[in-house]
Design a protein around this ligand. Structure first.
Ligand code: DX5
Ligand code: ZN
Length: 216
């Protein structure tokens, strides 16, 4: 199975973003994970539309935009205009899940539905036939550098079982070369890594992670 690495920009040096994403891309990362936080759905604020739009010019990586914002239906179109290829929003953040998926698909982009650790797997089941990706958080959303929660693995396995082999199943939080095989063995195939990629030498970190999961 192909495992895709999606480095999370949240852990990068914000003074050298373009340079750093180029390094991750050259080393073999195919997606770029962009964490948008509004200070309401999660306590933290990160970055938004202008940063994504500016970075679009520097890379052809797939922009994997993780919206941690309340009522994402208000902003989805604008994130697509800014350059998002995959738009993932939280099931806990909206009452309009079907509408969000529709907005994304009308613009021919991929739709992802995210669930936080306390949200059970079955919340995503009614939408699986329409979704391109499910994101199972392996930390509480809001901050990089937290500890991976192994107790999410049964949930990852349950989603994989229901969703079938073609679904993109992403995991996010606390993952690096040391523990990547745990969520992969549970059924994940898109792996977010922030600190494990941008904390230290980026190209070496990407190479090590991709080798560990048999992609190099
Ligand atoms: C947390 C974010 C993650 C975070 C991952 O809310 O969704 O994408 O940046 O960072 P690490 O890999 O450092 O846990
Ligand atoms: Zn994320």
């Amino acid at each position: 199975m192909e495992i895709i690495l999606s480095p999370s920009l949240l852990a990068a040096d914000f003074g050298k973003l373009a340079e750093q994403i180029k390094e991750a891309e050259k080393a073999g990362a195919k997606f770029l994970h962009l964490d948008v936080m509004d200070g309401i759905f999660v306590p933290n604020i990160s970055f938004g539309l202008p940063v994504i739009e500016a970075l679009r010019k520097y890379t052809d990586m797939v922009f994997d935009v993780h919206l941690m914002i309340t009522e994402p239906e208000r902003y989805i179109e604008r994130f697509i205009d800014a350059g998002a290829d995959i738009v993932t929003f939280h099931a806990e953040a909206t009452e309009k899940i079907d509408e969000c998926i529709e907005i994304i698909h009308n613009r021919k982009k991929k739709a992802g539905l995210a669930i936080s650790p306390k949200t059970p797997a079955d919340v995503v089941y009614p939408y699986l036939s329409k979704l391109d990706m499910v994101l199972c958080m392996t930390v509480e959303p809001g901050y990089g550098g937290q500890k991976y929660m192994p107790d999410m693995e049964p949930k990852i396995a349950a989603v994989r079982e229901k969703a079938g082999k073609d679904m993109l199943l992403e995991v996010d939080g606390g993952i690096g070369a040391k523990n990547i095989m745990a969520p992969v063995n549970a059924g994940a195939n898109v792996i977010v890594a922030g600190t494990a990629v941008f904390g230290g030498k980026i190209s070496e970190n990407v190479t090590e992670i991709l080798k560990t999961c048999g992609q190099l």
